[in-house]
Design a protein. Structure first.
Lengths: 544, 355
């Protein structure tokens, strides 16, 4: 193994390679490392002291952490139930349930929060009109509820992969020794899946920790670090204080990230064989099955209702009072059409840029195995641990002035989008490249191909599917991202996601819903297009 | 005096990975047009040696020559040595014809010449019907032939093969090794081949180099290595063995005799006169179940294995050591386990070797 690892560098070398490697490295240093270092260095000691002297940050940091723990736990629990129902229990209708969480992908968390208000708010369709209740969602409980529903699809996606890697032959063996299905789950399935479940938990918690949109829309007076930092910057104009709060967010994020990486490695290590063993569902007692099926059904209903609320919300005269159909909200689409067009253009460019960078980085790290590949790998994955809020503030601090002044340009928005989704895209390309047998590269080289020919003839065509998946995820992430880009948008260069947030904050539900509908349809179309173009090669969630 | 030109030469090459020395001070000459096999257990350094010839690895010390020219610092794609990989390494997204023509793309030649060359290889390996297929649509044997064709298409000076048959099932392996050999003979192509399968090495090679722990233990034609192994390691690698302790060794002129159970037996000698460490090597088929001129050993019968073309009988010597005897078909013994029997060893069959 180490034998081939060392030899491939002999195979793939040349001056052009050095140039390409330098370009990728330069991009990462400029747009990942430099902003973070600048953001760390900018606030004076005085600012750090001022922010940390007050008791407020402690209270907000505390809220952030326990809300993260709470929402992650519930999202993972729900995701695990769903994943078990689909992979191991095969409850009635599991084929449909397998697709349900994908509905969650069409909308970013803040759109989900919007839907929750429309359904369960003070004038919500379900709470007020159907049940006649008078409840307020604003506060931690609303954020929790909304985050649970927004993040469980992600949890499900990762957990399905984890559970599929538990060989069902082992479960059958345990059943063969007379264990009931609950005992099999407790003693075989879950212990084997434990590293994977822990990795998934931490992965999801990273998303919850840095979620900005949900607490922004539903938090009310309840603040988390992401919203607090945003308010410092926009409300008080205090960029330095915002940066300090952003770094407070980075500390738990980094810890979670590295612990997660260790568990993920343990998961891959733990699952040795099992491929090719045929899947057989566990036999479960009637009431347990019924309970799980019922829960999955209920969650399905809520998810469908959420989607429906956004779709219908754009056409109801005044949501909560007058549901007469109207087209008046569609006026928002024309007044905010520039934002929508910006979003599409920038997201498209971010998808292209991000795919090229992650493909190149993966090629350098996993195929060429350049010297210092560990650092390159870490640098590409680093943004996964950097909360969007901090990234946004860091970009403002770095590119407002100085040698590379990008404020107000489209470039800074596109790059912000790219960097945010880079780790996901890179992971997909890297995982795919690791599957490609190294001897293919050696064979090509032996037959006379230089590194560029190998990239062109082998890496690119063989990675068509993964690269397409990466581009799709980059695009979908980019049209829905909010936490980082909200700091770098400028007059004339606004984005649809920021528009939705503004409209929602001002109570223009109809307009917000109409624009959100366009974004969801766009995401859906792109997913569909990718599925059509790439067919079976389109597997965007396998290497999350 | 003329020595045959060498196609490939390794001169005192060494290669370490950290604390592990994969190849140590290895020297080997592959004569022009010969089929040379590096044989040894996994981890013996045979693949590392081959990859140094291919240009995937540079040696820490020593020199690698192809056609008499040093290849140090010459990248793989400039060497005239084409490799056939263990897993075939066929490009999955290219057709058979594109795979075979891939190496020609990187050489200056017109499209016409290139496609003529591909057609020639396809015809030579009887792959015309498959030329438009993709590798996953082919059988294992066909894939192997495409891998070979891809290497042959660039008209290399040397063909390198890394366990080219080990991914195939046993029957196909036997058929394809004959095919490989006849292709190699027909083209007169100097070939370096790596395997851990001694039967394959015996069947296919002009010259076998037995390797262990990064060094060559013995080089020679297959028959010599089987009949006259230089030491126990080589003897064991090349086939099944029995070892007998002689009571005494005597030499008269060129002849060597050993005393076994009070009988004087003529043996072949590979010890250069080092009597103290000598042991008698007897291959199972060198024994005979019927009396012959030589020595007769009293044994007790343990059991038999039916092997189709032969029978393999296990006995125990009076001293307790087991001994295996292979004999032709229809030689089944009608005996109870533990019954007394005798086995025979003809003059000039057994080999006195170093333990």
């Amino acid at each position: 193994m180490s034998l081939t690892a060392r030899t491939i560098r002999n195979v793939l070398s040349g001056p052009g390679l050095l140039l390409a490697g330098s370009a990728v490295l330069l991009f990462l240093l400029t747009f990942v490392l430099w902003p973070l270092v600048t953001a760390a260095a900018t606030p004076s000691l005085q600012v750090w002291q001022d922010v940390l002297a007050g008791s407020r940050w402690r209270q907000v940091a505390f809220s952030t952490l326990w809300l993260t723990a709470l929402s992650t736990t519930s999202a993972i629990t729900l995701g695990l139930v769903f994943a078990l129902a689909v992979t191991k229990l095969r409850v009635p209708g599991w084929r449909y349930f397998a697709w349900v969480p994908l509905l969650g992908l069409f909308s970013p968390p803040f759109v989900g929060a919007l839907a929750i208000i429309l359904l369960f708010g003070r004038n919500g369709l379900i709470t007020s009109q159907l049940l006649g209740l008078d409840v307020s969602l604003y506060g931690w409980h609303g954020v929790w509820f909304s985050q649970t529903l927004s993040f469980f699809p992600l949890a499900y996606m990762v957990l399905v992969g984890v559970l599929r890697r538990v060989p069902s032959s082992l479960e059958q063996a345990a059943s063969g020794y007379g264990s009931g299905s609950l005992a099999v789950l407790r003693h075989v399935t879950l212990p084997l899946a434990r590293p994977g479940i822990l990795a998934a938990t931490l992965f999801v918690s990273l998303g919850v920790l840095s979620d900005f949109g949900t607490p922004m829309i539903l938090g009310g007076r309840f603040r988390v670090l992401a919203t607090e930092a945003y308010n410092r910057v926009t409300g008080w104009g205090d960029l330095q204080g915002g940066a300090v709060l952003g770094f407070l967010l980075l500390v738990p994020a980094l810890i979670i990230y590295f612990v997660q990486a260790r568990f993920a490695a343990a998961d891959r290590f733990a699952t040795v064989g099992g491929r090719g063993s045929f899947d057989a569902p566990l036999r479960t007692s009637g009431w347990g099955r019924g309970l799980v099926t019922g829960l999955c059904g209920a969650v399905t209903l809520v998810l469908v209702a959420k989607l429906g609320a956004i779709l219908v919300g754009g056409f109801a005269t005044v949501w909560g009072f007058d549901y007469t159909p109207t087209l008046s909200h569609l006026n928002w689409l024309t007044t905010r059409s520039a934002d929508l067009i910006n979003t599409m253009q920038y997201a498209l460019l971010a998808a292209v840029l991000g795919t090229v960078v992650s493909l190149f980085a993966a090629f350098l790290v996993h195929a060429v195995r350049v010297r210092g590949r560990g650092a390159l790998d870490l640098l590409t994955l680093l943004p996964a641990a950097v909360p969007g809020t901090l990234l946004g503030i860091a970009f403002v601090l770095t590119f407002n002035t100085g040698p590379l002044k990008l404020t107000g340009t489209a470039a800074i928005i596109i790059i912000t989008m790219t960097v945010g989704a880079l780790p996901t895209a890179y992971r997909i390309c890297a995982a795919a490249l690791q599957q490609v047998n190294r001897s293919l590269f050696e064979a090509a080289s032996n037959l006379g191909a230089g590194w560029l020919a190998i990239l062109r003839d082998l890496a690119v065509p063989l990675l068509r599917g993964p690269a397409g998946s990466a581009a799709t995820l980059l695009f979908i992430h980019s049209i829905g991202t909010l936490s980082a880009v909200i700091f770098v948008v400028a007059p004339g260069r606004n984005l649809a996601s920021v528009s939705i947030l503004n409209l929602a904050e001002e109570g223009y539900w109809g307009g917000a819903a109409a624009i959100a509908t366009v974004l969801m349809v766009l995401a859906g179309l792109v997913l569909l297009l990718a599925r059509l173009l790439l067919g079976r090669n389109f597997r965007p969630f396998e290497s999350l | 005096m003329t020595t045959p030109a060498s196609a490939v030469e390794l001169r005192g090459v060494s290669k370490s990975y950290g604390a592990v020395q994969a190849v140590r001070d290895l020297s080997l000459v592959v004569p022009e047009g010969s089929f040379t096999t590096l044989l040894g257990p996994s981890g013996c350094g045979k693949t590392t040696a081959l990859r140094m010839v291919a240009g995937f690895i540079d040696p820490d010390r020593g020199d690698v020559l192809i056609g008499g020219k040093s290849q140090l610092g010459v990248p793989s794609f400039r060497r005239r040595a084409a490799m056939v990989f263990q897993d075939f390494a066929l490009f999955p997204h290219m057709t058979v014809a594109t795979n075979i023509g891939y190496g020609l793309r990187h050489r200056r030649m017109s499209a016409g010449v290139r496609s003529a060359r591909v057609a020639e290889v396809l015809a030579f390996l009887q792959l015309e019907a498959q030329s438009g297929r993709h590798p996953h649509e082919l059988s294992g044997g066909q894939q192997q032939r495409v891998a070979l064709g891809r290497a042959l298409a660039v008209r290399p000076e040397v063909l390198l093969m890394d366990e080219p048959l080990s991914n195939l099932d046993a029957k196909l392996r036997v058929r394809l090794r004959a095919e490989l050999r006849s292709v190699q003979r027909e083209l007169g192509l100097s070939t370096v081949h790596v395997t851990h399968d001694q039967e394959e090495a015996l069947a296919i090679s002009d010259q076998v180099a037995v390797m262990s722990e990064g060094a060559i233990r013995q080089v020679g034609p297959p028959r010599e290595l089987y009949e006259r192994p230089a030491d126990r390691f080589v003897a064991d690698v090349m086939g099944e063995t029995n070892y007998l302790e002689p009571d005494a060794v005597e030499r008269e002129g060129d002849a060597t005799f050993v005393w076994l159970d009070g009988q004087r037996l003529v043996v072949r000698d590979a010890t250069d006169g080092a009597t103290a460490h000598a042991v008698l090597l007897v291959r199972p088929e060198w024994f005979s179940l019927t009396p012959c001129q030589g020595a007769t050993l009293p044994v007790s019968y343990l059991g038999s294995e039916y092997r189709g073309a032969s029978e393999f009988h296990s006995f125990r010597l009076p001293g307790g050591e087991p001994v295996g005897v292979e004999s032709g078909p229809g030689s089944s013994l009608n005996m109870q386990a533990g019954a007394a029997a005798s086995i025979h060893l003809g003059h000039g069959r057994a080999l006195l070797t170093l333990r």
